[in-house]
Design a protein around this ligand. Structure first.
Ligand SMILES: [Zn+2]
Length: 506
């Protein structure tokens, strides 16, 4: 091995809410493997995402900026440099594997990857189709326009979603709703083999695998449903759902919450089993790589099961959507630094995640990143929570429900934003459209049921002014910062020339 950098493996799980993990005392046996991993490694209990659904949340995870900042998030603007770009410029061989339109190359998520699979275009697609998609149509614009168009039709959300998926199916060759974890991990193993054959003695690697299984529609197997003791579904229903995944919409209409949760939990267990299997293969066949890697497991947001009158995840900023797990597992940190069996209680902002990774990998901080590393917490622990209940807070951002599908960054006049500011004790939420304010005391009301904004007008004012300042800061970008980002972009482009001619897209 000619390099001395650590490898990075990042597994992200869509729609995994924190309180459905066994380590959080969840009763059904959803995550036995992740529990072990959390206990042996480092588990972060208070992690807040910066957005309640995939696009805004991932833009923070990978670019260390707030979602509305510097030109939005769908697609990722050029001035938001990604973690993958930085790692690539530092000599990493980068691989991404997932099947999520929102994280596809349409939205700029292929930037910085040497191998990129998003299930959107298949190699076997015919040349004409590829040509049309790649050359004639501007794909990013096309996707955004389709979404605009669907929204303009004023049809129910489910139907919009259906048409969007149909669009992908017909035009882009995406035949499934998403690829299952087993398929994606098998691909990951193949790519690790490819990396070993070509680059192992030359470069460290970054592997990102994103799993969609806990996202609806659900396709659970009967075995898993039985395994975790789900009692709300009959065998007949399970069989029916396996053939007709949209039956869940009926369950939603009839408010069959427990049945839906059984399905959701089964998918979580499926993911847990597959991560276990993936780790098993890594340990058995590639332990020399694993020993030299940092492994992070996290989620982009949670999900709502009618806690507040709806299902899914869109324009709400309550903890069932914003609190996600974060697990760090690293044999290297365990053996060499004694970092194991730790729980971190401090509030973690996902915007700080990418700077932390660079810090742990001993890579110079990226000036485009706005978050700050929490590596000290990993090395030193937090013993007791040090967060200031007023001033140490995380902003999360989303659009108003009516506009949830409108995630382009071009039309500010149509933006109706909801912003929250969350500290270890308080959550303040304001709706930009109707100025509706909410304040929750999370210590005494963790489910955010009692809006106490009228009892604490002074506190509400403090939090409101924080949000106003936050939005102001985000609307402009200082010239010095811009210059730094420009320089960074040029140096990235130069370094990229040395590395590879073209990213390989699968
Ligand atoms: Zn998501």
């Amino acid at each position: 091995m000619k390099y001395n950098k650590k490898n990075l493996i990042l597994i992200t799980i869509d729609t995994l809410r924190l309180d459905h993990l066994n380590i959080m005392n969840y009763k059904k046996n959803t995550t036995p493997f992740l529990s072990n991993l959390s206990k042996e490694g480092i588990f972060f209990r208070n992690v807040i995402t910066n957005g309640p659904w995939t696009a805004p949340s991932f833009s923070s995870i990978f670019t260390s900026t707030y979602p509305f900042h510097r030109g939005g998030y769908a697609p990722l603007p050029e001035n938001k440099i990604t973690l993958a770009e930085i790692l690539q410029a530092n000599g990493y061989f980068n691989m991404a594997i997932h099947s999520t339109p929102l994280l596809s190359r349409f939205y700029g998520y292929d930037r910085g990857f040497n191998l990129f699979y998003d299930s959107m275009l298949k190699k076997e697609n015919n040349i004409i189709k590829n040509y049309v998609l790649n050359k004639v149509l501007n794909k990013k614009a096309l996707t955004v326009n389709i979404i605009d168009y669907l929204q303009g039709l004023n049809i129910p959300k489910t139907l919009q979603y259906y048409f969007l998926i149909t669009f992908y199916n017909l035009l882009i060759g995406k035949l499934d709703y998403y690829k299952k974890a087993r398929y994606l991990f098998q691909k990951a193993i193949k790519w690790i083999d490819y990396y070993i054959n070509k680059y192992h003695d030359k470069k460290p690697f970054f592997l990102w695998v994103h799993l969609m299984d806990p996202h609806d529609p659900y396709f659970p197997s009967t075995e898993i449903i039985n395994l975790i003791g789900c009692k709300n579904l009959t065998i007949k229903e399970i069989k029916y759902i396996q053939k007709h995944p949209h039956y869940i919409n009926k369950l939603r209409e009839q408010n069959m919450v427990n049945k839906l949760i059984d399905l959701y939990d089964s998918e979580i267990r499926y993911v847990d089993d597959n991560i276990k299997e993936f780790f098993g293969v890594l340990k058995k066949e590639y332990n020399y790589l694993l020993e030299n890697s940092l492994v992070f497991i996290t989620a982009d947001h949670g999900d709502e099961f009618n806690e507040r009158g709806s299902f899914g995840h869109n324009a709400k900023l309550y903890d069932e959507l914003l609190r996600v797990p974060l697990i760090l597992s690293s044999d290297y940190l365990k053996e060499k630094k004694g970092l194991k069996n730790k729980e971190i209680y401090s509030l973690i902002n996902m915007r700080d995640f990418a700077p932390t990774i660079l810090d742990l990998l001993n890579i110079t901080p990226n000036p485009s990143f706005e978050g700050k590393s929490f590596a000290d917490l990993i090395y030193d622990g937090d013993k007791e929570i040090q967060n200031d209940p007023i001033n140490d807070g995380v902003f999360s951002e989303t659009y108003h429900k009516k506009f949830f599908i409108k995630f382009t960054n071009k039309n500010d006049r149509e933006v109706r934003r909801i912003i929250s500011y969350r500290t270890i004790k308080w959550k303040y939420i304001i709706n930009e459209q109707n100025h509706h304010e909410e304040l929750y005391d999370l210590e005494n009301d963790p489910r955010e049921l009692n809006n106490i904004v009228s009892s604490y007008p002074k506190l509400a004012r403090i939090f409101k002014s924080k949000i106003i300042n936050h939005l102001k800061e985000n609307s402009t970008i200082k010239k010095e910062k811009n210059d730094l980002i420009e320089k960074m972009k040029i140096s990235l482009a130069i370094k990229k020339l040395d590395l590879f001619n073209k990213p390989l897209i699968f």
